[in-house]
Design a protein around this ligand. Structure first.
Ligand SMILES: *Cc1c(COP(=O)(O)O)cnc(C)c1O
Length: 367
């Protein structure tokens, strides 16, 4: 008798599962350690925005009610922030949901999606899940090769994924260069510009992709509350695109994909500019602290514009295990074809210092 699981299409059975950062509770169970530092998932070391926490408390009594499936208030706040209309916004259960909605709306069997080598793992994953072909384009010195990416577009291509800054490499394409390349993308391709780390960019690095929506009718910008806003556990993100695009994505979307607490918290976090500023400052100092430490240890790293650094440690799997035994969780990136690197999220100053000390011990052990 045929097992029903064997009848599942090959493109589903062939999916390599996403490897999340190891949860603190799991390492606690395994090693019985009390003090564990997690610098593995690019979470905000300051915790959530306090205004978001307050909004959640205020929303708790209404938990028996379904959330607003159209997210009127959050969309209004976003529309105002970006000088767009609510119809330009699609909300997601994390921006992961936005990426998946784009794939489910625009891809399917007989189509393809283009993305870079060392780019966010979710792009190949959502592409494969809908039976489309993934076209992975070699990176140049760990960064997106824009000419190669646009050159890889085929007549059956429907999505080009670009992460800027990219995870796990932290590389950035500067605005003018990016816009010039995106203008060459043919109109049958949706550009998914994933800006999960855009809030971390300093004044000299910022560019305004939202203004490009009027130049590029095939642009979808994806943003998240998981990183700089400190709300990864809540799952809320959003996409910005012209209304014809969001309208299609909204038809595919689960009617209540963003919870009421997430809607309330995101709206409050959006207004919490002081929290964002503290986050930015802590991150800039932490990047510098880690970079200095890596230099002192003689470890090459990829200069990063995000809230993490990928550092070349040699036998990364062994170093990772040694760090775990010391109660430090970082992220192996062998699945991103970077078997010699580990990705370290910027933490609090004392967490960064503990990470560097643990790394020094791990390297001494491995020597
Ligand atoms: C973390 C991350 C996201 C999104 O995460 P969500 O929590 O689903 O919003 C998206 N893209 C990149 C490149 C990321 O690193």
């Amino acid at each position: 008798m045929t097992d029903l699981c064997e009848l599942v299409p090959g493109h589903i059975r062939g999916i390599a599962p996403y490897q999340p950062g190891k949860p603190i509770s799991e390492l606690q169970r395994e090693l019985g350690l009390s003090r564990i530092i997690k610098l593995a998932s690019n979470e905000n070391p300051l915790g959530p925005s306090p205004r978001a926490l307050q909004a959640i408390r205020e929303a708790l009594p209404d938990l028996a009610l379904y959330p607003d499936g159209n997210g009127f208030e959050l969309k209004s706040a976003l529309a105002e922030r970006f000088a767009l209309t609510r119809e330009h916004v699609v909300l997601g259960n994390g921006s992961n949901d936005v990426l998946e909605l784009a794939a489910r709306t625009f891809l399917g069997p007989g189509t393809s999606a283009v993305f870079s080598e060392h780019a966010f793992a979710v792009y190949p994953l959502v592409t494969q899940a809908v039976g489309a072909a993934g076209i992975e384009v070699p990176a140049r010195a760990f960064a997106h090769d824009l000419d190669a990416l646009t050159g890889a577009i085929r007549p059956d291509t429907r999505i080009l994924f670009v992460a800027n800054p990219n995870n796990p490499t932290g590389t950035l394409i500067h605005g003018p260069e990016l816009l010039a390349a995106l203008r060459r993308v043919p109109p049958h391709v949706l550009i998914v510009l994933d800006e999960a780390y855009t809030e971390y960019l300093g004044p000299g690095q910022r560019y305004d992709a939202v203004a490009w929506l009027s130049l590029l009718p095939n642009l979808l910008i994806s943003r998240t509350f998981s990183k700089a806003y400190g709300l990864a556990g809540l799952r809320v993100g959003f996409g910005l695109a012209r209304p014809a695009v969001t309208d299609l994505m909204n038809r595919v979307r689960q009617p209540f994909n963003v919870s009421s607490l997430a809607l309330a918290a995101a709206r409050a976090a959006l207004e919490d500019e002081p929290f964002l500023e503290r986050t930015r400052q802590l991150n800039a100092a932490g990047l510098e602290q880690l970079a200095q430490g890596f230099r002192r240890l003689g470890l090459p790293f990829i200069p990063s514009y995000g809230n993490f650094l990928s550092v070349e440690v040699g036998e990364a799997a062994r170093i990772y295990q040694s760090l775990l035994r010391q109660g430090l969780i970082v992220r192996p990136v062998a699945g991103y074809r970077m078997p010699r690197h580990l990705r370290v999220t910027v933490g609090l100053p004392e967490e960064n210092a503990a990470c560097l000390a643990a790394l020094e011990r791990a390297l001494a052990e491995a020597a």
